[in-house]
Design a protein around this ligand. Structure first.
Ligand code: UDP
Length: 261
C-alpha cells in the first residue's frame, strides 16, 4: 500500500497519509525514549512487537463495542488507521500505584488502589505533559464535558477487559495510557480510541515474580527489553514459543472490513 506524505513523527511512531481520505498509515519505529526525551535509544524489533500487540488489543477492544482507529494491520511495522483529530490529553488508568504517582504524592510503590484511578495529563512536551483536572480540559476546550464522560466510561471498560485478558496469562495490569480522538464516521464526529496499547504504554508485572514486562525495563536500565515484550506477545498467543522477533518475517494479515457499529 502506497504511503502518502508524512503527517507527523512522534517518539515511537510515524503517521503518513493513507490511501483514502480519512485514513492514515501508522508506522511503528524501534526508537525508545523516556523522561520527556532525555533518554533515547533504539531497541531492535520493538516496533514489530508493538504493532502486533497493539493490533491484538485494539481488535479485542473493538469486539467489546468500543470503536478504535485501527482498520487493519498492513505489515510488520504498519497499520491502516482512521485519521482522527487527537485530543491533547493523555488518559492514564491506574490499578496499582507506581511511577509518577508514587513520585509526586509519596504513595508507596505497589500500593493496590481500591478502585481504578483515572488521571489526565495535558499532551505538551515543552511543559512535560503536566497533570491537569477535568475542569482544565473543559475550560481550555481540549474536550467537552460530554466527551469526557464517555471517555471515562471507555477507560473503565477497557481497564476491566484488559485486566482480565492479562490476568488470564499471568500478568498484572498495573497502569496504562490511552489516547482518544474525534473521527468523522458516516458524517458524524465520534470519539474513538486511537494511538497504541503496548508494553510501551502499559505497566505489566508478572503475577508471581512481579518481573516487569514493559518499558520500565528501558526506563530503569533493567535489560532484556525485547525479551520482555516477546514474552507478552507469546503469553497473549500472538507469537509462538520459538519465535525470535528480530529474525522472523510475518505473513500477510487477512484483509478485514472496517466494522461499522
Ligand atoms: N505513559 C505513556 N506515555 C506517557 C506517559 C505515561 O504511555 O507519555 C504510560 C506509562 O507507560 C505508564 C502509565 O502511562 O504505563 C503511567 O505513567 P506515569 O504517569 O507513571 O509516568 P512515568 O512514570 O512513566 O513518567
Amino acid at each position: 500500500m502506497n504511503k502518502g506524505k508524512k503527517l507527523y513523527e512522534g517518539k515511537a511512531k510515524i503517521l503518513y497519509e493513507g490511501p483514502e481520505k480519512g485514513t492514515a498509515i501508522q508506522h511503528f519505529k524501534d526508537d525508545a525514549t523516556a523522561f520527556n526525551n532525555l533518554k533515547k535509544s533504539t531497541v531492535e524489533g520493538k516496533g514489530v512487537l508493538n504493532n502486533r500487540i497493539s493490533e491484538h488489543i485494539l481488535n479485542n477492544i473493538n469486539q467489546i463495542g468500543i470503536k478504535t482507529h485501527l482498520i487493519k494491520r498492513l505489515n510488520m511495522r504498519e497499520q491502516l488507521v482512521r485519521l482522527v483529530e487527537i485530543l491533547p490529553v493523555e488518559f492514564i488508568v491506574r490499578n496499582i500505584a507506581t511511577g509518577s504517582l508514587t513520585k509526586k504524592l509519596g504513595i508507596a510503590d505497589g500500593t493496590v488502589l481500591s478502585k481504578p484511578l483515572i488521571e489526565y495529563s495535558y499532551k505538551n512536551d515543552d511543559l512535560g505533559d503536566p497533570l491537569v483536572a477535568k475542569e482544565h480540559i473543559i475550560e481550555f476546550n481540549w474536550a467537552t464535558a460530554t466527551e469526557l464522560d464517555l471517555i471515562k466510561k471507555h477507560c473503565l471498560r477497557i481497564n476491566d477487559f484488559m485486566q482480565g485478558m492479562f490476568r488470564g496469562v499471568g500478568i498484572k495490569l498495573v497502569d496504562f495510557k490511552l489516547e482518544f480522538g474525534r473521527a468523522n464516521i458516516d458524517g458524524k464526529k465520534e470519539i474513538i480510541l486511537a494511538d497504541e496499547i503496548s508494553p510501551d504504554t502499559c505497566r505489566l508485572w508478572d503475577v508471581v515474580s512481579e518481573k516487569k514486562l514493559d518499558k520500565d525495563r528501558f526506563r530503569k536500565d533493567l535489560g532484556n527489553i525485547i525479551q520482555a515484550y516477546q514474552e507478552v506477545a507469546r503469553r497473549l498467543g500472538i507469537i509462538h514459543e520459538e519465535t525470535n522477533i528480530t529474525s522472523v518475517k510475518f505473513g500477510k494479515p487477512k484483509a478485514v472490513n472496517i466494522k461499522k457499529k
